[in-house]
Design a protein around this ligand. Structure first.
Ligand code: SAM
Ligand code: GLN
Length: 373
């Protein structure tokens, strides 16, 4: 039978036999690309008969995944090659391996790993080029390099850190890796708080994840009182850990599904970088994100708009008059989220662009005139 479900299941088995990790998600991603269909829709169309050319494309893609995996397993950085395994040759070998596996910035990633494991500043690695590397450290390096090349494991999860707004944050697979784009959101929040000179501003960060937004605002605006919330227990453990590492006192984290456990109703600012990716964008997402970052930090129903509707609908009740609502948005969502904010009654709605000149942040203000109250 050539129906979608049969072929999908066969493909998963085939990938499993070839020892491809995450075989189901890998196969689903291939199907969703070739058939131009959201991943969840594959199962709703399980009886669809595939065309010969679709099967051919799927076969090609499956084989290229397998091919890439077999190249990966060839890699063994600890093998001696004519006694040449000094640091320089190990770095070169690792870089080539990552390049062969289509990892961008292979040299930089390699150097970061070596410098981390050897505990040497990256810029000074060259001073050790002729030395040999101890076996236990080499094993660690090999494990890291393979995890990145073969499993698409993000570097930040391996090293448990990501820099944000000039500070180092602890991260692991329980939270989204902080993105540089989110600095635009934080910068805008800080700009508004400084401009309005609000005394002891009360700020709510919804979906705090690793805590980057709330913690950065708390550190930059020391007289602020910040609350960070998340539904994920794992995320809350990590944000607490970052609070301790960065020694922040003016923030509290607690569990809440959106506004469920929030009693305070006079915030000066609500900030959120909610999940905003829709299921039909799965085909364009990078494998490292898709395979390793938490789904609940990324995907949102209703075409990625669920959280904007929910937070706008309730946000008004939780803000002081003149309080602000700030969101990170995807580059495609600017106009539609503007409408959502306006319909919910927010005024002075403004979109801010990121470094690539894409829409990235949206701000609205609760402004109720005296005669409207
Ligand atoms: N604020 C972090 C950042 O900017 O890196 C994480 C943002 S991540 C895109 C979205 C976060 O929202 C995740 O930590 C996820 O656990 C959380 N989340 C998902 N659904 C939620 C809900 N119903 N209520 C509160 N938080 C939620
Ligand atoms: N910007 C992130 C990404 O593209 C998604 C973050 C989010 O959904 N808020 O992977």
């Amino acid at each position: 039978m050539n129906n979608l479900l049969d072929i999908l299941n066969k493909s998963v088995n085939y990938l499993e036999k070839k020892k491809i990790e995450n075989s189901r998600i890998t196969a689903e991603k291939i199907f969703s690309e070739v058939l131009d269909m959201q991943r969840i829709m594959l199962y709703a169309n399980f009886e669809r008969i595939l065309l010969e050319e679709e099967m051919e494309k799927i076969r090609e893609k499956l084989n290229s995944v397998i091919q890439r995996n077999s190249e990966n397993t060839d890699f063994n950085v600890s093998e001696r090659e004519n006694g040449n395994d000094n640091l320089k040759s190990l770095i070169d070998k690792s870089t080539v391996y990552l390049e062969k596996n289509n990892i961008s910035e292979a040299k930089l990633i390699t150097e970061i790993i070596f410098s981390h494991v050897l505990n040497v500043d990256r810029m000074l690695l060259f001073t050790l080029y002729k030395t040999e590397v101890e076996k236990d450290k080499l094993d660690k390096i090999r494990n890291y390099i393979q995890k990145i090349g073969k499993e698409r494991f993000p570097l930040q999860y391996l090293l448990n850190e990501q820099e944000f707004y000039g500070r180092k944050f602890y991260v692991n697979k329980g939270v989204l890796i902080p993105r540089q784009d989110t600095e635009v959101l934080v910068e805008e929040a800080i700009k508004i708080l400084k401009k309005d000179k609000i005394q002891n501003p009360k700020i709510l960060d919804i979906g705090t994840g690793s805590g980057i937004i709330g913690l950065t605002v708390a550190l930059e605006i020391p007289d602020a009182k910040v609350m960070g919330t998340d539904v994920s227990e794992k995320a809350l453990e990590i944000s607490e850990k970052n609070k301790e590492l960065l020694n922040v006192e003016n923030i509290k984290f607690f569990k809440s599904d959106l506004f469920e456990n929030i009693e305070y109703k006079k915030f000066d600012m609500i900030i959120s970088n909610p999940p905003y990716i829709s299921d039909n964008e799965i085909g364009v997402m990078s494998e490292d994100t898709l395979l390793h970052e938490p789904d609940e930090a990324l995907f949102a129903e209703n075409n990625g708009l669920f959280f904007y509707y929910e937070i706008c609908r309730n946000g008004m009740d939780y803000l002081q008059n003149n309080g602000y609502l700030l969101f990170e948005i995807s580059y495609k969502q600017g106009e539609i989220v503007r409408e959502i904010l306006k319909k919910a009654g927010f005024r002075n709605v403004n979109i801010i662009k990121d470094m690539q000149n894409n829409d990235r942040v949206i701000v609205g203000q609760k402004q109720i005139e005296k005669n409207e109250v």
